[in-house]
Every structure is written in C-alpha cells, then in structure tokens.
Design a binder for this molecule. Structure first.
Ligand SMILES: Cc1ncc(C[n+]2csc(CCOP(=O)(O)OP(=O)(O)O)c2C)c(N)n1
Length: 618
C-alpha cells in the first residue's frame, strides 16, 4: 500500500508517471483518504470526487508557479497529499495539525485561503491581474463546484472576468450536489448541458483525441496544435458561460485522467477565460459515500467497513428542527428559508412536511435574507437559520433590508461561538458585535434546549421585528435548573458576595465550573446570566457590579465590540465603581482544534478564570 503515493514528494513527480500509474495512484489516494478521514473526520465525499481531477491538474500545470484556488477549500485534501503534506495528513483538523482548508501559511502550494463558498473566481481574477501587471505568464485556475455556482459572487466575478478577457482557467466540478441536492435555474442549465446529445458526442471525441495525447512534459507542440483545432470544433457557443465571454469546454468525465489532461493542456493554449465543465461523482469509490454523499460531505469519525458513525446526542440544530415542526404546525404563516443547509440546520423534516413553506435558495445568504425580508413585508414570518460565520455574508441585507424596516424576520444563528475543527473561517465569533449595532435587532441566547424552544416561541409570538437566537455547535447544555423564559433580559444563576461573573449561552457552563472552583478557595461567586444580548439588562449588570465590586465578563465572541466591552461602557457611563476583567475571544484568527482546546487557547477555560481571579485576591 502507498508505494506510488510515497514517491510523490511534489507534483513534479506526477509528470514521470504514465496513465496506468496515475490511475493506480488515484486508487491509492482513495484508500488513504477513506482510512485517514475515518479517524480525523472531514469532508470525505467531495475529496473522493476530485481525485482524478486533482491528479490531472497537478500533472499538467506547474504549481506553485501556476496558481490554483479551491472554492470553499473543503476538497483540497488530494492537493495536500500531492504537495508534500502526506506525512502530516493524519493531523488533519487536529489542533496544531494540517487545516481542513487551504492555508497560505501552511504551504506555498496554497495560493489563497478559502472556507466560505463562491470566492474562487474573484480571487483568481485578482491573481491573474496581478500576474498581468507584473508581466508574468503563469496560469491561474479556480476550481469550484456546481453548489458554489449558486452564490452571487460568482456572477459578479464572471461579469468582470468575461469582460477583462485575461487568461483564466475555471474548472467547474459538477457533481449535481451542493451539500444536499443542488438547487436553482443554473443547476438546471448544467443538467441540460450534461445530457445534451451534442455534448455527449463531444465528450467521446475529446476522449478519442486523448488516446493520442502524449503526457505533459514530452515534446507536444505539434500535437497540441492538432488537438486545439479538433477541440475548437467542439466548442459551440450555446452555454451561459459562452455568453459571458468564456470558452466552454465539456462536459468531461472527471474520472477519466486522459480526458482531463487533454482539456487542461488545451485550456493553456486559449489565452482567454476558459471554463471546463467536469462531471464527477461525489463520494466516488467508497460505496457508503456514493450512496449517501450528504452524510459523507462533512463527517466525524466513522467505521470504514460499515460507514457508520458512533451514536450521537440530539444537537441544537436537531432540536431547532423539531421545534420548527411544532411551531409551523400551529402557525401557517411560518416559512423556513435555508442557504443550502437543510440538513446542517435541522430543516430536513420541515422540508418534507411543509414543502410549500420551505425554500432552499442555494449558497446565497445575502439573497436569502432579503428574500426573507420580502416574505415578512408580505405578511409571513420567515425563519432563516444561518451558521454564524455564513451570516457574515449578509451583513448589509440584515441591516438594510430587515433591521432598518423593522421587519419580523427570525434568525436562528447556528454554530455560534467557537466551532472547533473547521477552524478560523468557520468560527462563529463575530455575530454578537456585528448584530449589536443594528437598530431594532434583538439577540437572544439560550443555555439549554428548553430555553431554545421558549425563545423561538417568544420570537414568533411576542416580537414584531428582527430577532436572532444564537446557539452553539453540538449539544452542550447548562445543567443548572433555570426558570422558564418569558422575555426577561437576564437571570441570576447563582448568588455570591465576592465576585460577579456576567455571561451567556455556552459560556455559562464555564462560569459555573469557575464558580465551583472558586468556592474551593473560599470565594463566593454571583453569576448573572444574560438571556438577552441586545438589549442588555443594564440595571442588573450595574446591580451585580455594585454588589461585589469585582466583575468578570465571559463570552465566546470576539472581544472588540462584544458584550464585555459593552458592559465596560455601561459601567463607565454610570460611574459604577468596580474592577472589571473581560474574558472574550482575542482579536486574531482562531485556528482549528477541539472546542475545549480552543476555549483554553482563548483563555476561556475555568482554570484560567480562576487563576486571574486569584491574582485579584493578592
Ligand atoms: C458562504 C457559505 N455558505 C455555506 C457554506 C457551507 N458549504 C460548504 S461546502 C457547501 C456545498 C458546496 O457544494 P459544491 O460547491 O458543489 O462542492 P462539492 O462539495 O459538491 O464538491 C456548502 C453549502 C460555505 N462554505 N460557505
């Protein structure tokens, strides 16, 4: 096992292999991916689908001189294996190990950091323009999925790139899947291209041409000219990409290395924007992933033999989905909207039960939010669950289209706070600061599932404007019993006279741990739990500060503009005399690791809080 892959120290080594060996290498890579991801977790299905594609790219192009940008970046594992990171692959997504996404700091082969969808063409065009301005002649590639093509930025970028006419190689990896089944009119257009008789014919011809292609690295100039003439005849401008100024090539079988190599060799000759339409199967080569690509899109540890994952507790997302079913059964004005995350946000059952009241808008958070604002203006109650980090996309839509008009849109914010193994692009640590300054917005923060239910019900029936309800990834609940929620801004979780901890959400668990540990040192802690992060309960905050004279704020959001800084301002403005220490996520990218490791890294663990409090004692 692993013999060919062991020999690939850099992509240059690929150029020595013949087609048969490249295919054998692909089989080895699949084995490594399945085995390794079964231990570390990760984005398996997408990577299994791009094995031949990535091998062919690195066989034809000369990275790192040529540049490739991976859209989202979740499908960059094969690229990592081929670019000198094989020996570290077992550390993928582990604290201090390889990232699950491209990282410029990790390798010179990673041309651009990604994590959020639909940025690749914009970034590639920027790199191409930088090349042109500096007189370079290297190739710039963007590899993106059909799912990414539902994101609006792609059209802004194609509008610009198709007009700019500078050489750019776009590779569309079309597997007909986003995380779930892909949606939308562009997806329908791609489906038509896939089945059009003309394109099937052209595919066969491309493959025919390819049987005669020498591998890259051999003298190929004359042969290429011949291929160019033959392929040019296949390129018939009937696709939306042609209309936008790209030469469309395809569709090409993305598991046929020879066909891929031919298309890539050809694309280098075009000297203008090219789009290569590659068809792949998500999960290719591992039956459990082929039959359930959605489950294997992003997966934790699993048993390679059965494809089964260990049993897990109900998550906040699952609970949200169950509660939505109940609320929607009672109230037919409730509409669910998702940006391509029906399963991730827990809305699958809703979609099945209320198909007319469910809209998957694609990876289009901006459009989803403004569309929801339209639904609200039309008399409905849209509920649009977004992962905190993806909500960043829709900042202006939340502000301009929802908040300024005070429209009743409900924003369940999933994966709020530190998310763990997906790392810096996915940490949900910015929503509190950026929502806090939006007029009319309310932000609620539950500490357990019952409170999540109560807050959602409150958001539907007792609010008339925008409401966000933020909850963490996973299933961590505060075990301390609390009274039912009915709109209170805060509640006192524990009484004590020595020090006050003001906290919210998942961090309340850490606050209780710290308070228990402080009790061992004879320090009695008051814990004020903020159920509302906007508005803040000023009176209770001031009272808690005055009671003990020593305040700790504890939050899983970035410090600038967060709750701690807002509380500092309240205490300052009201001339409340007390000492204050803000525990929050520091103002720098937070890498990947387990949530517990990252809490510690950010100083949000009970041990660190206790250590700091004990310093105050001296
Ligand atoms: C802005 C944003 N929203 C949502 C996501 C979550 N997400 C990650 S991959 C993905 C689907 C991508 O589909 P596609 O581009 O077709 O790639 P595939 O996995 O099918 O290869 C989604 C929705 C994201 N990364 N960024």
């Amino acid at each position: 096992m692993g013999t060919l892959l062991d020999g690939i120290k850099s992509p240059a080594d690929l150029k020595k292999l013949n087609i048969g060996e490249l295919n054998d290498l692909c089989a080895e890579i699949r084995g490594v991916l399945i085995d390794s991801v079964s231990r570390t977790g990760g984005h398996l299905a997408s990577n299994l689908g791009v094995v031949e594609l990535t091998v062919a790219i690195h066989t034809v192009f000369n990275m790192p001189r040529d540049k490739i940008i991976f859209d989202v970046g979740h499908q960059s594992y094969v690229h990592k294996l081929l670019t000198g990171r094989m020996s570290k692959f077992h550390t993928l997504r582990q604290y201090g190990g390889l990232s699950g996404f491209p990282k410029r700091a990790e390798s010179e082969y990673d041309a651009f950091n990604t994590g959020h969808s639909s940025t690749s063409i914009s970034a590639a065009l920027g790199l191409a323009r930088a090349r042109d301005l500096s007189g370079g002649d290297h190739n710039v590639l963007a590899l993106f999925g059909d799912g990414a093509l539902t994101g609006g930025m792609m059209y802004e970028a194609m509008n610009d790139a198709g007009h700019a006419k500078t050489p750019l190689i776009l590779i569309l990896n079309d597997n007909n899947m986003s995380i779930a089944k892909n949606v939308g009119a562009v997806s329908r257009h791609l489906r038509r291209l896939r089945v059009s008789p003309h394109y099937f014919k052209s595919k066969q011809v491309v493959e025919g041409v390819l049987n005669h292609i020498p591998l890259a690295g051999k003298p190929i100039a004359r042969m290429i000219r011949k291929i160019k003439r033959r392929i040019r005849r296949l390129v018939i401008p009937t696709t939306m990409f042609d209309d936008l100024g790209f030469t469309y090539i395809g569709p090409v079988d993305g598991h046929n290395i020879e066909a891929l190599i031919a298309c890539f060799e050809y694309s280098k000759l075009e000297k203008k924007p090219v789009l290569i339409h590659v068809m792949t199967k998500k999960g290719k080569g591992y039956p459990p992933a082929e039959s359930n690509p959605e489950k294997f899109h992003g997966i934790g540890e699993f048993d390679v033999r059965t494809g089964k994952t260990p049993p897990s507790k109900e998550s906040y997302s699952d609970r949200f989905g169950r509660t939505m079913l109940k609320l929607a059964a009672q109230n037919d004005k409730i509409i669910a909207v998702t940006g391509a995350m029906p399963s991730g946000t827990g809305l699958e059952a809703f979609a099945a039960k209320f198909p007319k009241r469910f809209f998957d808008v694609g990876i289009a958070e901006q459009h989803g939010v403004t569309m929801s604002a339209g639904l609200a203006a039309g008399g409905y109650i849209p509920v649009i669950p977004l992962y905190s980090s993806f909500m960043q996309r829709a900042y202006d839509q939340v502000l301009h289209d929802v908040c300024l008009q005070d429209l009743h849109v409900i924003f369940p914010i999933d994966r709020a706070g530190i998310v763990g193994r997906d790392g810096e692009t996915h940490q949900g640590i910015y929503d509190v600061p950026f929502l806090s300054h939006m007029p009319n917005m309310r932000i609620l923060s539950p500490v357990n599932y019952t409170q999540l239910d109560e807050m959602l019900e409150y958001a539907v029936y007792k609010c008339g404007g925008p409401v966000a309800v933020r909850y963490p990834r996973g299933s961590d609940e505060l075990e301390t019993p609390i009274p039912p929620f009915d709109g209170e801004l805060s509640l006192t979780l524990r009484r004590g006279a020595d020090i006050s901890i003001i906290t919210a959400g998942r961090m309340s668990i850490r606050a209780v741990e710290a308070a228990d540990a402080l009790a061992g040192h004879g320090i009695k802690t008051e814990i004020l739990l903020l159920t509302s992060l906007k508005p803040l309960d000023k009176a209770s905050i001031i009272a808690a500060a005055m009671k003990t004279g020593r305040v700790i704020t504890l939050e899983d959001s970035v410090k600038p503009g967060g709750i701690g800084e807002q509380i500092a301002a309240i205490l300052e403005e009201t001339a409340t005399k007390c000492r204050l220490k803000v525990f929050a996520v520091p103002d720098r990218p937070i890498p990947h690791g387990s949530v517990a490791e990252l809490d510690k890294l950010c100083g949000l663990d009970a041990d660190n809080i206790v250590k700091e409090v004990l310093k105050w004692q001296k």
